[in-house]
Design a protein around this ligand. Structure first.
Ligand SMILES: C[S@@+](CC[C@H](N)C(=O)[O-])C[C@H]1O[C@@H](n2cnc3c(N)ncnc32)[C@H](O)[C@@H]1O
Length: 225
């Protein structure tokens, strides 16, 4: 893990609010306890047993991560988010709800994903990824064959990849890219299947903001073949 001071320098001051004392405390005392360790990872190194694993890329302030972890205490959750204020938001939820089944990485999700064994994840969540709306930045989108190859390798056969977006360009792009893949099967049989949020898909902060603006939101569920 990049140390908190470096992270603060990189992300905290540039993009976030100044931290309150309680937040500094969470960063200093809780983060080291729940941080994803260095080196190769599996359920045992992360949680001490062979529990099923779920993974969230870019958890924002952790609303979805915490709600899923609370709903399935016997599963292990790994959440990755580079922004300090988001990490502090997730830590506050982990602390309030006494969640013992969450591990956090303050940095790039792909660095953690690479260190997991192949076919080790039950689910992977990518909710409202940064849209990179300009065509010349399309290569930076998380929905691209490079990251998707890694996601496909780490999901178990029968595991689920969930993608949510309110961005029409990202929605079309994702449909196009995912349609080129033989290793994922889209679960939507009708338009209604991806226009309504499934009951076990807690709303993220970003989604709530999109809804307030009157945006449509699309919910994609793919099963790893
Ligand atoms: C638009 S926000 C959505 C946040 C949250 N998922 C939500 O729906 O409220 C996208 C998030 O992805 C994070 N992100 C971007 N690239 C990432 C990466 N490589 N690894 C982990 N998080 C990443 C950003 O820091 C940002 O917080």
């Amino acid at each position: 893990m990049t140390d908190p001071l470096t992270i603060r320098r990189l992300y905290g001051r540039a993009k976030g609010h100044k931290l309150r004392a309680g937040q500094e405390e969470l960063l200093e005392h809780l983060l080291p306890k729940v941080s994803v360790p260095e080196g190769p990872l599996d359920a045992r190194t992360l949680f001490g047993d062979d529990r099923p694993l779920e993974f969230e890329i870019g958890f924002g302030a952790g609303e979805h991560l915490a709600a899923q972890a609370e709903a399935r205490p016997d599963h292990g959750f790994i959440g990755c988010e580079p922004f300090l204020n988001g990490v502090v938001g997730a830590l506050a939820k982990i602390d309030d709800r006494e969640l013992g089944n969450v591990r956090v990485h303050m940095g790039d999700a792909l660095d953690v994903l690479e260190r997991l064994p192949d076919a080790s994840l039950e689910r992977l969540y990518l909710l409202h990824p940064d849209p990179w709306p300009k065509a010349r930045h399309a290569k930076r989108r998380m929905v691209n064959h490079g990251p998707l190859d890694l996601i496909a390798a780490k999901l178990k056969p029968g595991g689920e990849f969930r993608l949510g977006t309110d961005d029409p360009v990202y929605c079309r792009w994702s449909m196009m890219v995912m349609n080129q893949r033989r290793d994922f099967e889209w679960q939507a049989k009708t338009a209604a299947d991806f226009l309504a949020r499934p009951a076990d898909w807690p709303q993220t902060r970003y989604e709530a903001k999109a809804r307030r603006k009157g945006h449509e939101v699309w919910y994609f569920r793919y099963i790893r073949r």
